[in-house]
Write a protein that binds this ligand. Structure first.
Ligand code: PEP
Length: 222
């Protein structure tokens, strides 16, 4: 299983280091990933960047590119998160980032997920929506991980149901053989059940992962 923590805009350099130090005392067979904010990036094999501009460097105010990310030896990145999409990142731009970091052989945690109005329409509408978010994405890319994160489940405390996760992951499995993570209000109480679903290869966790003790306990429950 792959268990990943997306810090979003939480934690500082100091608290990220404390988090990683404590996490390193845990032995687990699972693959762990941590995506801190860019100010807290550090040389650690489980750390990835939350974002990256599709260029080595240049005049892109407030962005970070390959030069800044790889200074830490980091070769992992999270792309397509719904919060970035809500900030206005188009599918075309996200696909450009994907291509850029793919060409640099980065491990890419690629996020997709539908809004509530689409989920309310039908299962077919959800799959059609997710397929749009996979446009321009090489589903054969060796270092690809896909995180299915319904927008309405992110940070709301309301996870998708087991049946919703199962049917969506089954449909995604028909499109790719890459690891499929679920994200959206995963917590201590539901992580074991979610990870036990067929075609769920792990979880991407926001809120419930920011406390290192809780994150460690979640890893242990999987
Ligand atoms: C996320 O934003 O990637 C996420 C899964 O958040 P949360 O766990 O808080 O729903």
């Amino acid at each position: 299983m792959i268990i990943a923590s997306n810090f979003k805009m939480n934690h500082t350099r100091k608290s990220t280091q404390e988090f990683l130090d404590k996490l390193s005392t845990v032995s687990t067979e699972h693959t762990i990933r941590v995506y801190p904010p860019c100010t807290a990036l550090c040389a650690n094999p489980i750390v990835g960047a939350q974002n990256g501009y599709p260029a080595v460097e240049g005049s892109y105010t407030a962005e970070i590119g390959l030069r800044q990310i790889s200074e830490f030896g980091i070769d992992k990145i999270l792309l397509g998160h719904s919060e970035r999409r809500q900030f206005g990142e188009s599918q075309e731009f996200i696909a450009r980032k994907f291509d850029f970091y793919k060409n640099e052989n980065f491990e890419i945690m690629y996020c997709i997920g539908e809004p509530l109005e689409v989920r309310k329409q039908s299962k077919e509408a959800v799959i059609a929506y997710l397929k749009q978010q996979l446009q321009g994405i090489d589903l054969e890319y060796e270092r690809l991980i896909i995180a299915y994160e319904p927008v309405w489940a992110i940070g709301t405390g309301v996870s998708a149901t087991i049946e919703e996760i199962r049917s969506t992951h089954d449909a995604l499995r028909e499109l790719t053989n890459k690891a499929l993570l679920y994200g959206g209000s995963v917590k201590l109480e539901n992580i074991a059940q979610i990870c036990a679903i067929d075609n769920v290869d792990g979880c991407l966790i926001g809120t419930a992962s920011w406390d290192v003790d809780n994150f460690i306990e979640m890893i242990k429950r999987v």
